[in-house]
Design a protein around this ligand. Sequence first.
Ligand SMILES: *Cc1c(COP(=O)(O)O)cnc(C)c1O
Length: 390
Amino acid sequence: MKFGIFGGRFVSEILYPVLQELEDSYLRISRDSGFRIKLNNYLSRYAGRPTPLYFARNLTEKIGGGRIYLKREDLLHGGAHKINNAIGQVLLAKAMGKRRIIAETGAGQHGVATAMAGTLLGLNVEIFMGRKDAERQRSNVKRMRLLGAGVRLVSTGTETLKDAINEALRDWASSFPDTHYLIGSAVGPHPYPTIVRDFQSVIGYETRRQFIDDNGKLPDEIVACVGGGSNAIGMFYPFLGDHGVKLTGVEAGGKGLNSAHSAALSAGEKGVFHGMLSYFLQDQDGQIADVYSIAAGLDYPGVGPEHAYLKELGRAKYVYSTDDEALQAFITLSKTEGIIPALESAHALAYAMKVAKKMTRDESIIVNLSGRGDKDLDTVFAYMGDENAP
Ligand SMILES: *Cc1c(COP(=O)(O)O)cnc(C)c1O
C-alpha cells in the first residue's frame, strides 16, 4: 500500500472503502487467466503490441559513443503508451461490473486513450477537463467527442488539470456503484499507482526480452521521461532487480528550474495531493503550484509515489531537460532517423544523447519513446519562429 513513506490513500471516508474494493477486485481479476488472455489479445490485435526495440544506428553514429536504442511506444494505436493502461483499466472495470468510466485529462491525451478503450469495450465514458485546457487542446476535445465520450468542462479554480482531478473525485464519491475512475498515470491513492505500473510494465518486460535476444546481455542504462511517471515506471519495473542497469527519469525543466517548469522530483517538496504522499511543486503555503512544460503531457505538478521511493532508495536517478534541449532532440531524431518523437519523449532523448556521448561503443542506452510527435508540430514551429524552423 505504500512505497516506503510515499503513496498511501489520502481520500475522504466515502472513497476509502471504494478503493479497498478496487484493490481486492484488482488482485483477484488480474490473476485470472481469462482476464490476462483477453488483455493480451486487445494489446496485440488492437493496440499493436509488441512494439519494436529499434537500434538507432544513424543517431548512434552521429553522436559517436554508446549504442542508442528506442522502445517504439510511439507506434501504438493513439500514438503513445497511454492505451496500455486505458485498455487494462476498462477491462478491469467491466470485470467489476461497472458500466461507466470517468477520467480527468490535462492535455487531452489520456482522455483520448480512455475514450478509445471505453468505446472499444462498450462502456460510457465521461472526461473531466479544465475549461482553459479544453481551449488550448481543441483538437483533442473533438477527438474525444468523435470517439463517443462526453466532455465535462470544469470552470472552478484555475480551470486546469488539478481542478479536473478534484471534480472527477467529487463525481466518483457519489457515482462509484456503477462507475470506475480511470486514472491515467502512476499517481493517485492506492491501489492506482500499482495498477497503472502493472499495466504499463509490459513495456519493460518486452524491452528486457528484446534486448537480451539481440545482445545476449542487459543494457547499461534506461531512460524515460517523467510526467506522472507511468511510462517510466512501466519501463523501469522489470529492471529493478538488475543492479547493473542504471535507471534514469527525465523531468520537464521548462525554461529552467528558477523559472517555469514541472520538475517535481528535482525541485519539489513532500506533500499530499490527489490522494497520495509524494513530491509536489508547491507555493510557500503548500498550495499546489502552477506548472509548465513545452510538452503538455509532462505538466503535472507532482510525480508518482514509486518514483519518489526509487529516488530515496537511490535505485533510480532523476534529472531534467529544458524546453530548448527537448526541442533540439526532437529535431535531431527527426532528421537522423526519420522518426518524429513526442516532445515528452524528446526530454528523455535529449538526456540520453548527452550520456551516449560519454559511453564506449560497446555500451548501450535505451530510450523509452513514449509517443509520436505529430501532435506537437504546431507547438514546435510556433516556438522556433518561421525563420528558424527546421
Ligand atoms: C502523457 C504522456 C507522457 C507523460 O505521462 P507519464 O505518466 O509520465 O508517462 C509522456 N509521454 C507521452 C507521449 C505522453 O502522452
